[in-house]
Ligand binder design. Structure first.
Ligand SMILES: C[S@@+](CC[C@H](N)C(=O)[O-])C[C@H]1O[C@@H](n2cnc3c(N)ncnc32)[C@H](O)[C@@H]1O
Length: 265
């Protein structure tokens, strides 16, 4: 088990730790179109379509996506964390969907009949799944012929300047999500199941100006979350030095994207 699949219950019992990472990932971007809105523009659905969101988390995505997507969607929110599903339901219930249903379960064993959905989305979740090929086979099974899968993930160089500082915890100097399920791996696995896969990278850069946001985000998951006090102090010092070297800010590489596959009609 690598660090990205450890302590999932602790990680995702609710959205608090994820929120620490979201503040870093989306709080300092320079981009014309914010991430969730950009992804929503790429979901090819018409009014009345059935959409499954696997690993929905707290469903922050849907608050932005409703402004972009057609009205009249039938949305199913799915996650292995009961706390996330409860929060997602509370967030999405007031939004204008034709219907909303929620279910707790594992992506590698979906409780839906085959050919149930026009689109399946799995945003920033497959890097946590041990048997990724099994989950992707499930996404293919539940899609209707001609339906689309959208998977989002990070590239290996995502926020490289910040992950370089996490070596004080014994971590590799890279984004663990990009390491476990980067763009090439995502494209390869989707292509083996669907026969096609296309990558689009979100056009964004980052200039981070708040050291505390960096500290909280990168100590929100293993092994930094349970690191001993001397390692945490060393991490704070490393962040401080990096900000001083950049005169109070760090320019950070951003690599985040979406891989699409279409099920044969
Ligand atoms: C990083 S969060 C992403 C949340 C949301 N999709 C987003 O992009 O904001 C990962 C989510 O995937 C869920 N997850 C991880 N492994 C899963 C699995 N095998 N089956 C279903 N959900 C899973 C976690 O509980 C968590 O809510």
């Amino acid at each position: 088990m690598n660090q990205i699949t450890q302590g999932m219950d602790r990680q995702y019992s609710d959205s608090e730790r994820l929120a620490a990472r979201a503040r870093l990932a989306s709080g300092f971007n320079t981009t014309d179109v914010p991430w969730f809105t950009w992804v929503a523009h790429h979901i090819p659905v018409a009014s009345g379509a059935k959409v499954l969101d696997v690993g929905c988390g707290p469903a922050w995505f849907w608050e932005e996506a409703v402004a972009v997507l057609p009205e009249g969607l039938h949305l199913t929110l799915f996650d292995q964390s009961p706390g996330m599903v409860a929060e997602a339901e509370t967030r999405c219930r007031p939004l204008s969907f034709a219907s909303l249903s929620t279910q707790v379960g594992d992506a590698a064993s979906l409780p839906f009949p085959e050919a149930s959905f026009d689109a399946v989305i799995a945003m920033h979740m497959l890097y946590h799944v041990k048997d990724k090929a099994a989950a992707i086979a499930e996404f293919h099974r539940v899609l209707k012929p001609g339906g689309t899968l959208l998977v989002t993930t990070n590239g290996r160089n995502n926020m490289a300047e910040l992950y370089a500082l996490t070596t004080v915890f014994g971590s590799a100097p890279r984004d663990p999500a990009g390491e476990a399920f980067g763009f090439d791996r995502a494209k390869g696995l989707l292509k083996s199941e669907f026969g096609n896969a296309e990558l689009k990278i979100h056009p964004a850069t980052m200039r981070v100006t708040d050291p505390e946001v960096v500290y909280l985000a990168l100590t929100s998951y293993p092994p930094g979350d349970t690191a001993p006090p001397d390692q945490k102090a060393a991490f704070r010092a490393a962040i401080q030095s990096a900000f001083e070297a950049g005169s109070g800010a760090i320019n950070v590489t951003k690599e985040v994207g979406v891989v699409f596959s279409r099920k044969a009609a």
